[in-house]
Design a protein around this ligand. Sequence first.
Ligand code: PHE
Length: 506
Amino acid sequence: MANNNESIHGAWRNRWTFILAATGSAVGLGNIWKFPYITGEYGGGAFVLVYLMCIALVGIPVMMAEVAMGRRGRQSPINSMKALVSEAKAGPGWKLIGWMGALAGFLILSFYSVVAGWSLSYVLKLATGTFSEVDQALAGAEFEGLLGDPGTLMIWHTLFMILTVGVVIRGVNKGIESTISVLMPLLFVLLVVLIGYGASKGDIMSAVHFMFDADFSKLTKEAVLVALGHSFFTLSLGMGAIMAYGSYMPRNASISSTVFTVAGLDTLVALLAGLAIFPIVFANGLEPSAGPGLMFVTLPFTFGQMPGGQFFGALFFILVAFAAWSSAISLIEPATAWVVERFKISRAKACSIIGVIIWMLGIGSVLSFNDWSEFHLLPGKTIFDSFDFITANIMLPLGGLLIALFVGFGMKYHHAYNEMNMKNAGLFNLWYVVLRFLTPIAIAIVFINGLLPECSFDSELLNAETGECGNSTFLMPRFIGGVVLAIAYIAIIAMSLKKTSRGLSS
Ligand code: PHE
């Protein structure tokens, strides 16, 4: 175990740099683009409440575990897992955490980059005054026009991938500190300005009621699954991003206070984004459930009405693109670090190869909005929707479940205790109990509920009178749920088979 050494990939200068980098990873499209639109789709208040509970009871404990695992392993997540498994003499199945995480990173970045590309293209549109004085219908048409044009989408997706690979090649610890410490606060200020505008010109009270009045009759099982999945997505958990960043963290820094800071900032940005968007939605009779286009229609329309909107609008989308970029870096880092370690090739080569594969996968998402919009990977879901669904709602929570179980049961108690280095033993034990029991049980319940019941994903098949699924062909969600549970089951059996020889796992 390379406990006291630095990772070969570099190190953060201090605790503050880690906070900045982890916040850069956490705050991204998930907060500004995805949180408002899923809140709109799943009915508001009750969904927000469940999401906040997931952050507190599942996200924060798992994030602490992930950072601790990274710092103890000091390598790419895949190799850190190998080292931790061999240190704990645990079963080899736990290594799935590293592999599944790297795969999730590929899939997420492939569609993430496409959406980040939309933000880049909006910088140009706003700067050139495309939205001056337009009404919402035109703002909507502009967005539809972009989605319908695969060539343009490809250009922006390509540019975003180049920007991402460009930084990762140089090592993630270089330059991230100064960039994030300037741009994050600026994003924050701009969101507050937008909320101020919404308070004076929009319908802020309706927005507040929508986001914070919990009406549980609107809460579906799928909504709970999406809230859980999003708590992982938004905190960058369950796929190794935070583990990779943890591996560059100095030994003496406190994990718990760092994690609370990152999770707090991330949640704050999401809520602010909601409060910036919904006043406009309600004041203009738009649909909260408009879907992925919500931010790209409401905000440009607002900037079009606002004095100085051309400048502020362009600046806003630049900041969104930067937030996406600092998240994308952490999505590609785990796989890059592993390829460098495994094949002993340069970062530049490793990252370029991975970047090209992800870029190619992204073409599927680009075409999901136009030429291939009829092609469904999961029932009713395009490639874009399917990648989003599989990663956020299945792979990340499953990764989080395994991380919680590994630190709770696979790792030795005193290793976890030493790594967390908490001053208060009572607090440590509280975290440990939550991680061992509460977190895994909560994830398991949400999984089984959200994946198994028929019709959750396709309400057309639901018989409104009986509440039953009237179509026996609708087996896909059950099938996926079954596969996921089977994989989890096999993994847990594999893990519990203690190894006899230490050498096998490394
Ligand atoms: N947390 C990022 C966001 O909210 C996305 C992300 C997910 C980044 C998983 C890394 C790992 O935009």
